[in-house]
Design a protein around this ligand. Sequence first.
Ligand code: COA
Length: 179
Amino acid sequence: MNSLEIRALSDDAATIELLADLLIDTVGAGGSVSFMHPLAAEAARDFWRKSLAAAARGERAVLGAWDGEVLAGTVTLLFDFPPNQPHRAEIAKLMTGRDRRGKGVAARLMRAAEELAVGKGRTLLVLDTASEEGAAGLYEKLGFTLTGEIPDFALKPHGGLTGTLIYWKRIGTAALSLS
Ligand SMILES: CC(C)(COP(=O)(O)OP(=O)(O)OC[C@H]1O[C@@H](n2cnc3c(N)ncnc32)[C@H](O)[C@@H]1OP(=O)(O)O)[C@@H](O)C(=O)NCCC(=O)NCCS
């Protein structure tokens, strides 16, 4: 999708509404992104308000993939870690709108998140994804290495436990020093 524009999202009401709609729809369709179905609109808005407030404090970045006025997808990059992990960042809440999937939106968001992390001097990216109906294949295509699986880690949005897969990737100067 060439017309896609990736940018950090601001905490205005219209953006929060678009993010909430995306989260509710993703959870309803079985996406493992920390919430259970049905997800109430106010709970979804509250999550994004707090997330964007954390972004305004510099603790994370919430990126959006815009196709014109349409929010096609989002990803969150977490920066706020203990003093002994200043080199690390974590990927969270990667979602593409259901009608936008399979067109490279998530891959573009992930590349932008990685570039942002490198720009902030981070050298290690970590993430986890559900063993069932997660996005392991996507992360492996993007160069992440699987550490292992924790069984029965979380409930799926419609119930029933799933494991989680833990991934990591060296980025920036850490990746360069390996090549
Ligand atoms: C996972 C998700 C974000 C992928 O979004 P997308 O925009 O359709 O992904 P892309 O089109 O950028 O896919 C890039 C590549 O990864 C592959 N891929 C995408 N999702 C995949 C999945 N779930 N499993 C395996 N491979 C996947 C694509 O086939 C594509 O491969 P290609 O480059 O060889 O064509 C989307 O399906 C989604 O929102 N799912 C629900 C929420 C979720 O599970 N998020 C992940 C939480 S950890």
